[in-house]
Design a protein around this ligand. Structure first.
Ligand code: NAX
Length: 331
């Protein structure tokens, strides 16, 4: 039998946490033969609710779940973890300045970076979900210098999956037959959902999405804004932000990272830029990646047309500005 893997979920008493922990305990993140021990962190005002989640995890009698740590102590939460999914953060409240929200999250991610660096297992893989996700991940990377930068990522898989979903709805094809969309840049409304290299599996082979949709105006317009604004549309409909889709996408992100992407398929991940596609190095930016042996690699050599170039640059500019704002909160 495999040794259990320890998975940290911060903000575990929140809405995404509530959807995510049962998925992990059912093997949707690490596979149906991989036992897990869940570490759940939240803050003292949520301690009682967190304990309620622990009670439900026990009550669900998940065969793969070998233990549950529910705590408000960041050191206890981080100790020995192999995977860290950072969902906890400070949300923007009505009337708050951007800088004030950034400042709260910078201090949270700075502190949690140090705890992970000191107490997590060697080679711990980190996924930041909490917004501003890319910049929180960057702060975490800066303050956990002994964790390899390749191990620190942020979630744009939800945006990627939303793009797959929109193409599948439009063409009335199975979502599992659509692949290789790309989310470039920030997990914000400046992100660029790109279908220029995406394909659909058809009875007569793989066909480019553009060729099948036959409507460039839609692909360059409404498709992009629908994906960019999908989070807001969910809030409007549900009066709550996306949770089940965010949790499911977080499982997809880690599963593909650890177990690998299928041959010929790439996914989108927010990773530390090495300057690929002339994106400034030193940002956490969403790229197309393939994964093998527990490591991601940015897909190289994809053509970028003038329309795409502008969009890649605009979302990079927003991330550079966020980075500057985050750094101004440190001093
Ligand atoms: P909730 O407010 O329901 O839950 C957040 C939880 O984090 C709360 O239980 C809170 O007590 C806890 N928390 C706050 N500070 C903490 C700290 N310092 N340490 C540990 N826990 C802490 O929000 P939820 O809807 O679950 O969303 C969580 C985060 O995900 C938000 O930042 C949200 O903006 C972000 N999202 C990111 C997405 C992505 O694709 N990257 C999509 C979904 C989501 O909007």
């Amino acid at each position: 039998a495999k040794e259990p893997v320890r998975v940290l979920v911060t903000g575990a008493a929140g809405q995404i946490g509530y959807a995510l922990v049962p998925m992990i305990a059912r093997g949707l993140m690490l596979g149906p033969d991989q036992p897990v021990i869940l570490h759940m962190l939240d803050i003292p005002p949520a301690a009682e609710a967190l304990n309620g989640v622990k009670m439900e995890l026990i009550d669900a009698a998940f065969p793969l779940l070998k233990g549950v740590v529910a705590t408000t102590d960041v050191v206890e939460a981080c100790t020995g973890v192999n995977i860290a999914v950072m969902v906890g953060g400070f949300p923007r409240k009505e009337g708050m300045e951007r800088k004030d929200v950034m400042s709260k999250n910078v201090s949270i991610y700075k502190a949690q970076a140090s705890a992970l660096e000191k107490h997590a297992a060697a080679n711990c893989k980190v996924l930041v979900v909490a917004n501003p996700a890319n910049t929180n991940a960057l702060i975490l990377k800066e303050f956990a210098p002994s964790i390899p930068e390749k191990n620190i990522t942020c979630l744009t898989r939800l945006d990627h999956n939303r793009a797959l979903g929109q193409v599948s709805e439009r063409l009335n094809v199975q979502v599992s037959d659509v692949k290789n969309v790309i989310i470039w840049g920030n997990h914000s409304s400046s992100q660029y959902p790109d279908v220029n290299h995406a394909t659909v599996k058809t009875p007569s082979g793989e066909k480019p999405v553009r060729e099948l949709v036959k409507d460039d105006a839609w692909l360059n317009g409404e498709f992009i804004t629908t994906v960019q604004q999908r989070g807001a549309a969910i809030i409007k409909a549900r009066k709550l932000s996306s949770a089940l889709s965010a949790a499911s996408s977080a499982c997809d992100h880690i599963r593909d990272w650890v177990l690998g992407t299928p041959e010929g398929t790439w996914v989108s991940m927010g990773v530390y830029s090495d300057g690929s596609y002339n994106v400034p190095a030193g940002l956490i930016y969403s790229f197309p990646v393939t994964c093998r042996n527990g490591e991601w690699t940015i897909v190289q050599g994809l053509g970028i047309d003038a329309f795409s170039r502008k969009k890649l640059d605009a979302t990079a500019a927003e991330l550079s500005e966020e980075k500057a704002l985050a750094y101004s909160c440190l001093s």
